[in-house]
Ligand binder design. Sequence first.
Ligand code: NAD
Length: 542
Amino acid sequence: MASAPQLVVEGELRSVNPATLELVGVVPVTPPEEVAGLVAEAANAQEKWGATSFDERRALLLRVARTLLERMDDIAATVTAETGKPIVESFTNELLLAVEQVVWLASHAERVLAPERLRFGIPYLAHKRAHVVYEPLGVLGIIAPWNFPFSIPLTQVAMAVAAGNAVVLKPSELTPLSGDWVARVFAEAGAPDGLVRVAQGAGETGGALVTAPGVAKLIFTGSGATGRRILASAAELLRPVVLELGSKDPMLVFEDADLRRAVDGALWGSFANCGQVCVGVERIYVARELHDRFVSELSRRATELRIGLGEDPGTELGPLISEQQRAKVEDLVSEAKERGAEAIVGGRRPALDLPGWFYEPTVLTGGDPAARIEREEVFGPVVTVRPFDDEDEAVALANASPYGLGASVWTRNPERARRVGARIDAGMVSTNDIGYSYGAGPAPWGGTKQSGFGRTHGKHGLFECSQIKLVDADSGRVPVLWWYPYSRGTLDGFKGVVELLHGDAKLRALWKHRRGLAQLVRRAVRAEVRGAALSSEEKSAP
Ligand code: NAD
């Protein structure tokens, strides 16, 4: 049996093809003590970039999109070599959706981040001229996973840059060459030097980025365990963090679903990218009357998936990313089987002439509902299927998870889809589809519960990358009545103001607090007169 290749050797990351175990390339590790220097370079670039017009930002993003098109074959080949994923998926899930996001940012960032006039709707603030403005934060630290090693960091970097920030990116140590492509694409598109820097390495380098001086905010995508560690270190510095973490997405198939489409969706949702998808389907709940047909059809189709080398355009299932990842999948499946689950298909390594970390697509049914596989993220080509009796039970099963990233509802009834969607505790619920919104510009991406917090993509993602600031331009001529001095009369006057503005008995309030209100009016007039006198003195001063 092939043994796991060593990943970090004498200051170098060795990127290994998980299907063939051949070396894809070698990248120098960024020593943790050099990360602060990269942040300083990015900060330098950001000073000018933060002051650019949206025309300049749009022009860069459109050049990035063009570069993606020119380089797509090279990028896809690198991604497939480093992850083993089918080459079709390197185009759909890595390139197509990255281009879509960049183009959306190019055409919408200006509108989303335009200063927004605030109208307070309060009589004594009617004279204010207030705006919310969205300013760049500075340098963002982006820490990325290996499962979508290009599209996740590329779209997050593009979002940060569109909002006027610079970025230091730390790609996964398992996919450093795909991560390098992100910076290369920006450089080839003519981005200012330093705008996108890359720190390569594992947790030590990532940890150095989390605490490096000058990082304004972190966007982390990865496991809950690492997310917790990052949040703890960032908390010491009161440094804000967006966390995009794992999940265990449910799929609810109702009795009125299109069975064929549901099976197609389940197959792709569970096994695309070898199941290593944060919004991958890991739990399927099917209306009892459809359950057996669904299981047998899904299982039959799973055995037909073509397993092999990602470079082959006909390959539908590649390997898992590492020996460790396969061992975790095997462990969870074997515990589930020990607790009574049945592997209708799969549950073992395929017989292939390849040394990599392959595992057969696996459909599990039955067994102990308290087995680990029902709660823990598998992140492999394994799905469990269970029946439900009614809508309430389906919703309860979907929500009985510590995670809440995505979910899907399969029904021909849009009313039911909306009703069930509203009851599911997740960041994103789709109907008769899965995960498509990652490539849709306006759609916010993110989860609830242990799937993290904050949003990437869409206008909410742009807001995450911005300092949201209130700025107003007051002429200074309207007196402020709640400033000093205080007196019994002022107190009575303000009681009157509250009751007049928000109480039901307005006439009674006017009469009851007439003295205090009159005093406020006199103060306002005196302040007005004093202000006018002062400004005419100023004007006539030599
Ligand atoms: P991981 O947590 O092992 O690693 C993620 C990144 O964090 C890597 O770059 C890693 O080097 C870095 N890292 C590790 N230790 C660190 C530390 N102490 N300080 C700073 N950085 C550190 O996750 P992974 O295995 O690469 O990714 C798989 C996980 O990511 C799954 O749980 C998956 O669901 C999740 N994921 C979530 C989303 C989402 O959008 N919510 C998207 C993709 C993947």
